[in-house]
Design a protein around this ligand. Structure first.
Ligand SMILES: Cc1cc2nc3c(=O)[nH]c(=O)nc-3n(C[C@H](O)[C@H](O)[C@H](O)COP(=O)(O)O)c2cc1C
Length: 182
């Protein structure tokens, strides 16, 4: 199973990206995680889309469509989704062949505060649900007090690594369950 990783932060030192990288080591057998970029996408504009989808958006749409599942790691910005992540979701959401259709998705969030991004996750679920992506209901993973869980840019907190490993383990049967029967 090929999982596509998307990080909602564009920051070089992003804790969410660091946690996503840790997931590459935590993937269950038979599952691989490739992390894509969203920093090269222009701001969504329907005129631009209609004139010809820009290459980075074309690439992202194909990556999402071709993946067995998508793993999103994102911080919370002003109680909601980061602009970069929403922009990426929007580029991949427009017909024809919108990329999120029936796509299994798992989400987690890292924030420096204690809540770990509870609000961004529920907004993400609302957004992804309406474009027919299927977000793994449980286990939810909120990584609060983020900076204390990383050492030199690596996720070192064992309890947090276990939470992520458990989520990834649960993701596989969710992907199988959500497969569209043809
Ligand atoms: C514009 C902006 C808004 C933010 N709003 C929130 C917020 O609502 N809740 C929160 O927990 N953290 C908030 N933060 C802090 C981010 O969670 C923090 O910068 C986080 O480390 C970013 O994730 P990253 O390390 O992956 O870049 C905000 C940061 C920025 C830049």
């Amino acid at each position: 199973m090929q999982i596509l990783g998307i990080c909602g932060s564009l920051r070089k030192g992003s804790l969410n990206m660091a946690a996503l990288r840790a997931c590459q080591e935590l993937m269950p057998q038979g599952m691989t995680l490739r992390i894509t970029r969203i920093d090269d996408l222009p701001l969504f504009n329907q005129d631009v889309f209609d004139a010809g989808i820009p290459e980075p958006a074309k690439r992202l749409r194909a990556e999402i469509a071709g993946a067995d599942g998508v793993l999103i790691a994102s911080p919370e910005y002003n109680f909601s989704v980061t602009a970069a992540l929403k922009n990426a979701i929007d580029w991949a959401s427009r017909p024809p062949n919108q990329s999120w259709q029936d796509k299994p998705v798992a989400i987690f969030s890292v924030t420096p505060g204690p809540l770990g991004g509870a609000r961004v996750q529920y907004d993400l679920r609302r957004i992804l649900g309406q474009i027919w992506a299927h977000v793994l209901p449980r286990p939810e993973v909120f990584i609060g007090n983020g900076p204390t869980k990383f050492t030199d840019g690596k996720l070192t907190d064992e309890t947090t690594r276990k939470f992520l490993a458990d989520q990834l383990t649960a993701f596989r049967p969710w992907i199988e369950r959500m497969r569209v029967k043809t």
